[in-house]
Design a protein around this ligand. Sequence first.
Ligand code: BMA
Length: 375
Amino acid sequence: MKSLKCLILFTFLVVTACKSQGNLKINLADPKATASTVKLFTNMQALTAKGIMIGHQDDLAYGIGWKAPNGKSDVYKVCSDYPAVFGWDLGHIEKGSAVNLDSVPFSDMKKYALEVNAMGGINTFSWHLDNPLTSGSAWDVTKNGVVKSVLPDGANHAEFNRWLDNVAAFFSGLKDKNGEAIPVIFRPFHEQTGDWFWWGKAHCTAEEFSQLWQYTVKYLNETKNIHNLVFAFSTGGSFDNVKDYSDRYPGDKFVDIVGFDFYQDANQPNAEFSKLLEARLKVLFEFSKVRNKLPALTELGYERIPDPVWWTKTFYPTVENLPLSYAMFWRNAANRPNHFYMPYPGQISEEDFKKFYALPGTLFLKDIEKVHIYK
Ligand code: BMA
């Protein structure tokens, strides 16, 4: 009897272990993702029940009127807390440049990412990579066929592999004090439903785009043995239904997070922005539920935040109570006048942002620190 009980218990434990392992494996694009990468993702999923994590691009690198090392975080200056999510861009790493396209040194970016990880925050990386066919920027769309040229058999394939090698070296170099590469989100080839980047809709077929995405994921995971990445697919902001949204979707096996980038235009009435954002989010949730992916607002904002109560009267009511993982606001450029998306001391929405910060549904670093998202 005792041995039967033991056998039942043993079988139960084995089945449970396999099941949870299996589920976790199914959830991530990289079946060999490190344990802490899997943890990051599952904790992000769980956090959607608590609120929306607020993020900011280049938060520690520069802001309005300052540049590191002489200053740190406009968000911190306003609410005495850091964002929960920190965005960075790898643009120009492909060329071996020491600084990214917005002049952030990659050595500093690495330092910031490790700092964020140690504080318990989340790093997400986009990549405004140059055009490999023309040597122009990511926005150079003067020639079609660029995507095709980097795929296997294409004229720029070998060069593209070298570019991915640089990306892989950066990601694998993000080692914590235990020597483990820290988990991060990678959000390549974003806004692919628009026409402004060389990987955009007008410049390649859906099949070519899928191949580009799948090749990139496999190259990093399998060829380069990188296992600290969660992959985010993020479209441009104009789509009306799931069909439009997923036109360039490379498949469930290659994506973990699904999102889109969405900005309020100058002079666009708040009500119109809210209505559109609400409609897009409805489509996103429709898609993410069926595909079992984590939904996020991967980039957004209202340039210059000209409305003193935008945070609590326009943005928050639109997203309140939605199981959205995070909303990442774009950068506060130090080198481009009026190109900012987060308040800074003295900015007209500062007081309202403090109220936004205090709402239970907005999560900043202190809120997620307690969760230990990597454990
Ligand atoms: C754009 C602008 C540019 C910047 C680019 C990449 O939206 O902010 O100034 O170079 O993103 O970060």
